[in-house]
Ligand binder design. Structure first.
Ligand SMILES: [Zn+2]
Ligand SMILES: [Zn+2]
Length: 869
């Protein structure tokens, strides 16, 4: 046996053996039904896009989730730990173009390859709940939800802008627009076209999405802040300026037909409005420009600048340009005529597409007015009169001046009064606006969920009836990316019968944004095989909310807002009871190499397969957790993986060397109890057995005590980390320290100075502590240490605080307020013992020689102060 046990650590052999065993046992990682008497724990990593290859970022993400899932299993929870595939999307179409492989085939073979990689990594997923979003059994429920939302008025259709390549004669996704040109036609400028598009009315939930963030205290603050900014609530006032010409041409009855609606958060500054500015796409601008060729050309230029800034993704940084229209607007409070301008930085789809410009009290307006010589007028003065003349003065801590009857009011009072006046005069009102826009879900693409709507010439838009779902995406179609939506070129798909009148009709050929798929996939995991509903509500209600969601911070906005929205819609449909999908969210850092993001173009990609082949899955996973705190970026160093592998090798030799001693402890106990070496049954029995065996040896002392102390300190440290901050890097470091201490005791172990039950506890607990981080390795050690059973079902060790406590503590001793020495006493020593230890100290005796100790003050467990005269 001995030569067997002392064989080299060979991850390839160990990992293959355990992978085979685990693959053969689908119940190993299966969640128990909702009737389980264990507490539930739902841990989830964000599902990957099946590109065909896991990257290191995936490995890190999954290693974190898997460590947590395993530890929760060991702590006796009913754990749901599923995995699936975000399988629709553009890359499959691009691959089809490039390799002439149908998207479905390409996607499914990528999934198969990545699943093998996951199994090879020993990730503990319940594959019975696997979800693949490109399959009809999943996407039919996207269609079903779409129809429910349509019924509730949460789905609508309107014209909206798309990127259009005139050469391809098709719509481009944002990522297919490169420097304003088509990705396939580098010299062809992409145009913006208005197309009828489908939208989800997410703005109906804007306030609730914002308010809910306050309760998500298990989410990173940075994610909550990003969402708050994205939702972008602002409180203010809408005001209608009148169009002066309607008065000048005899319509001046104070009932003008055209109001220019502006939104402002500072209506108190309205007497300082010296111009009104419109977005280039404002309908009034179109009217003005129609009668003025010069203006038309100028507006076109402004619009061009705005589009460029939009494509660059930074309208805020645009260099501000504007042109006067020659028309005037009337301030409804003062009757003052102010010029109407068109400006490139005003967006038609934000607010009302028009602003009042108050250069005296707004930085941006000040900059613009200075550039174009527009009047700058002060209408607010600071309460403290210093700097009164310095403009712009943007604080709301002031009083109104030059504001007619409102002069003298504070900003806050004036806002309230001016809103009341506007409401009475029916030219404005208090209003809250959001930056959040409705979610455009139409894609003119093939590889996505068909939108379940039918266009009938007689009945208009007709929803596909539920009993005709799913609307199946045709499988074999030619992807050319020319001439509009690919589905529109498949007559068998397009031509259908109107469900209402039975006449000929056309199917909608847009497909859904793939963010629809990922908005609710985690509910499907709870009931993945359900053919009658997206899931059974009671099952989802048992598992939700997700206890821990783990993924990249790049999903802070879109995915994590859409899925919150979806949850609220499902709640309002009566399907779930939770308001939010996930109680806690963790965003892991990136995996980088040589300081840069891994990318093919930089040639710095580290392949997980290479690492696993060279060092094993355990070392690769453990390194991913060890090399940096999980929320920070990790700079991948192959030396580090090699180091972890060597560490595992040392533990391997240590455990295999002393495993016979550990096993002998079982033999002795079993003999005493008079039964054979059957695997121990219940968790409680196992725990009791351990304590009993240790107690039978009497109170540990000497090297045993030292090792047990280190062991229990390590248990405490790792357990605490799992509960809170997740610094798995320090957990792994603690296990390394423990192993070093065991190695340091090799002589005592070899000499048999450590009793067998202690050896057993040390080695078995070491294996248990390693189980969440290096599952193959720990399972193999566990088997070698005897008594079998799945390590995953073995209780997580509990730290004994008595054993974990240091037995000696250091006590500072002061004489007349000055520190003279530090003495060591037994932990928990009483005041008398502490005093005696202080007085017996050499330095104290020297300092107090020939003097009287007048007073001894003992601070229990902390310090001894002596007053010496
Ligand atoms: Zn093109
Ligand atoms: Zn019809």
């Amino acid at each position: 046996m001995a030569e067997d046990n002392e064989r080299r650590y060979d991850p390839a052999v160990i990992e293959k053996k355990w992978q085979q065993r685990w693959d053969a046992d689908p119940t190993l990682y299966a969640a128990e039904p909702a009737t389980s008497n264990k507490p539930k724990y739902y841990v989830l990593e964000m599902l990957p896009y099946p590109s065909g290859q896991l990257h290191m970022g995936h490995v890190r993400n999954y290693a974190i989730g898997d460590a947590l899932a395993r530890q929760m299993w060991m702590r006796g929870y009913n754990v749901l730990h599923p995995m699936g595939w975000d399988a629709f999307g553009l890359p499959a179409e691009n691959a089809a173009l490039k390799n002439n492989t149908p998207p479905r085939e390409w996607t499914l073979s990528n999934i198969a390859a990545m699943k093998q990689q996951m199994l090879r990594l020993g990730l503990g997923y319940d594959w019975a709940t696997e979800v693949t979003t490109c399959l009809p059994e999943y996407y039919r429920w996207n269609q079903w939800f779409f129809l429910r939302m349509y019924e509730k008025g949460l789905v609508y259709r309107r014209k909206s802008k798309v990127n259009w390549c005139p050469e391809c004669a098709t719509v481009l996704a944002n990522e297919q627009v490169v420097d304003g040109c088509c990705w396939r036609h580098e010299d062809t400028k992409v145009e913006q076209r208005d197309l009828e598009q489908w939208f989800f009315r997410i703005t109906a939930y804007a306030q609730e999405l914002l308010d809910g963030l306050d309760k998500l205290d298990g989410w990173p603050e940075k994610v909550r802040t990003m969402q708050r900014n994205w939702i972008g609530r602002s409180e203010g006032t809408v005001i209608d300026f009148f169009l002066a010409e309607e008065f000048d041409h005899g319509l001046g009855t104070r009932e003008p037909k055209t109001g220019i609606r502006v939104f402002t958060t500072r209506v108190d500054t309205i007497f300082g409005a010296t111009s009104v500015q419109l977005a280039p796409e404002h309908p009034l601008v179109t009217t003005f420009a129609a009668a003025d060729a010069k203006l038309k050309a100028q507006v076109a230029k402004l619009l061009e600048e705005q589009k460029k800034a939009r494509e660059a993704g930074d309208v805020g940084a645009i260099e501000k340009h504007g042109v006067p229209t020659g028309r005037m607007a009337i301030n409804p409070y003062s009757g003052e005529h102010v010029p109407i301008w068109v400006a490139n930085y005003i967006l038609m789809d934000y607010g009302t597409g028009a602003i009042m410009s108050v250069p005296g009290h707004d930085e941006r307006d000040f900059e613009f007015a200075t550039k174009y010589g527009i009047e700058i007028r002060q209408v607010i003065e600071p309460v403290q009169n210093e700097n009164a003349s310095k403009l712009p003065f943007v604080s709301e801590d002031g009083v109104l001046v030059n504001s007619g009857e409102y002069s003298g009011l504070s900003c806050a009072e004036a806002q309230k009064r001016l809103q009341e006046v506007a409401e009475k005069g029916a030219f404005g009102e208090a209003k809250v606006i959001f930056r959040l826009k409705d979610w455009g879900v139409s894609r003119q693409r093939y590889w996505g969920t068909p939108i379940p709507m039918i266009h009938c010439e007689r009945d208009g838009l007709v929803p596909v009836p539920d009993d005709q779902l799913p609307v199946i995406l045709p499988e074999q179609i030619e992807i050319t990316q020319q001439g509009g939506s690919p589905l529109s070129r498949v007559p068998a798909f397009v031509n259908t019968t109107c469900p209402k009148c039975g006449g000929p009709a056309r199917r909608e050929t847009d497909t859904m944004d793939t963010f629809v798929d990922s908005s609710w996939y985690f509910y499907r995991y709870t009931d993945a095989k359900n053919a009658k509903a997206p899931f059974a509500p009671p099952t989802a209600q048992y598992w939700f909310p997700i206890d821990q969601y783990i993924g990249g911070v790049e999903h802070a906005i879109l995915h994590l807002i859409y899925s919150r929205f979806w949850t609220k819609v499902m709640r309002d449909l009566g399907l779930v009871k939770n308001d939010e999908p996930a109680r806690r969210l963790f965003t892991q850092g990136m995996v980088i190499k040589d300081g840069a993001k891994m990318s093919k173009s930089k040639g710095n990609v580290v392949s997980p397969d290479d690492m696993v082949a060279r060092y094993g899955a355990d070392a690769t996973r453990m390194y991913a957790l060890f090399a940096a705190p999980p929320d920070r970026d990790l700079d991948w160093q192959e030396d580090g993986v090699a180091g972890v592998s060597r560490f595992l090798g040392r533990v391997w030799r240590l455990v295999t060397k002393y495993a016979p001693i550990a096993r002998s402890a079982f033999v002795r106990e079993d003999a005493l109890k008079g039964h054979g070496g059957a695997p121990s049954g219940s968790r409680a029995a196992e725990a009791k057995e351990n304590t009993g065996a240790l107690a039978a040896e009497g109170t540990p002392s000497g090297p045993s005590l030292k090792l047990l102390r280190k062991l229990h300190q390590t248990i405490a440290r790792i357990t605490l980390d799992f509960e809170g901050r997740w610094h798995f890097n320090t957990c792994v470091a603690a296990i390394m320290e423990l192993a070093n201490e065991l190695q340091g005791a090799d002589a005592q172990l070899a000499a048999g100075e450590i009793p067998a039950p202690v050896v057993r506890e040390l080695l078995r607990t070491l294996a248990l502590l390693l189980a969440p981080f290096a599952p193959f390795f720990a399972a193999e050690l566990w088997e070698q240490l005897g008594k079998g059973g799945a390590i995953l079902r073995t209780p997580w060790p509990e730290s004994d605080p008595g054993l974990a406590r240091e037995d000696e503590i250091e006590i500072p001793v002061q004489i007349n307020g000055k520190l003279v020495t530090v003495v060591r006493v037994k932990s928990g020593a009483d005041a008398k013992t502490m005093e005696a230890a202080a007085l017996a100290d050499e330095k104290v005796r020297l300092r107090s020689a020939g003097k009287t100790v007048a007073k001894v003050i003992v601070v229990s467990g902390r310090a001894v102060n002596l007053v010496v005269k």
